[in-house]
Design a protein. Structure first.
Length: 315
């Protein structure tokens, strides 16, 4: 069976159903004209069929489409047989291009805003354009659709009634650990994006700071080689540490902290002493973290103190 795959900035855009490559460019503007203003349009995160009919209608009728990369958006439009006026709008030129877009909007034109993949404003500079529109009294309309955050959340198998999207963590380990510490007590499922080359290290830090929580790593969502791995943070860190860096950005979804009553200091010390009586510090820490979900870093620090005190001379 043949499968047509369209490559977009290294990410596969895969059409479903009929052969979408045979559509001729369509500049016709059927239906009701678009209302003037900024239209924030979600685009597929991998599969070209994951775009709404409303989004296609906006792209056909907008005066201009502001997008991160005109080549990527151009390929998507070509798949769907649409020709349009494209202008680049991204973090490197936003300050320069934004005033020109605002002037076009103030003149009554319709501007569509699209990112390379997914919903604009999620981890991109689009929010500054929306803020500028609001300040000028320009209408802003959302055409919702694909989102890597939502896709990862719903396939993770973790709680979805309350979640916090925290974007990318800092690159450096110390800063990453500090950021995780600020999120440790948040009573919600946590969702992160991560680079494949930092995935194993980030998961290890998450295990250290957040403890033995259930998690899921989702990659290549909606694409041919979609992968979702589930397990504790420590298990996932070990899996990715023992393999080459995977391809594609990863979404990491982490269960919220447990609802159990917090252990008192004496209770924890008792558990540590009991575990040390059966094995090494490392084994004791692993046992307690798995049983309580406490931060491995905190348990390890306390276990070292207790182990040291056990061997200090008395009197």
């Amino acid at each position: 069976m043949l499968c047509a795959v369209f490559v977009c900035n290294g990410a596969a855009l895969q059409p479903n159903g009929p052969d979408m490559t045979r559509k001729q460019p369509d500049r016709a503007k059927p239906g009701k004209p678009l209302s003037p203003g900024l239209h924030v349009v979600a685009t597929p995160i991998g599969n070209a069929a994951d775009i709404t009919l409303r989004a296609l209608e906006v792209f056909r009728n907008a005066d201009v489409i502001a997008c991160e990369d005109t080549r990527i958006t151009g390929k998507l439009l070509h798949i769907h047989g649409i020709e349009a006026d494209l202008t680049p709008y991204h973090e490197h030129n936003a300050a320069r291009v934004r005033p020109a877009l605002i002037e076009r909007l103030k003149a009554g034109q319709t501007v569509a805003l699209a990112s390379d993949a997914g919903t604009p404003l999620i981890n991109d500079p689009g929010y500054k354009l929306v803020t500028a529109c609001r300040a000028e009294g320009i209408a802003v309309t959302a055409e919702p659709g694909a989102s890597a955050v939502m896709a990862a959340l719903v396939v993770s198998g973790l709680l979805t009634d309350r979640f916090l999207f925290a974007g990318f963590l800092p690159v450096k380990q110390a800063a990453r650990a500090r950021t995780l510490e600020t999120l440790r007590a948040v009573p919600a499922t946590l969702v992160f994006m991560e680079s494949p080359k930092r995935l194993a290290a980030a998961l290890a830090d998450m295990a250290d700071v957040l403890g033995a929580r259930e998690a899921a790593v989702a990659r290549e969502l909606t694409k041919l080689h979609e992968e979702v791995r589930r397990g504790t943070l420590a298990d996932l860190a070990e899996q990715y540490a023992g393999a080459a860096a995977p391809k594609g950005e990863a979404m990491i979804v982490i269960a919220p902290p447990g609802e159990e009553e917090p252990l008192g200091e004496n209770d924890l010390d008792g558990m540590i002493r009991d575990a040390l009586g059966r094995g090494s510090v490392r084994d004791a820490v692993r046992e307690i973290v798995e049983a309580t979900g406490l931060s491995r870093r905190d348990v390890y620090a306390r276990a070292l103190e207790i182990e040291k005190s056990r061997h200090e001379p008395r009197g």
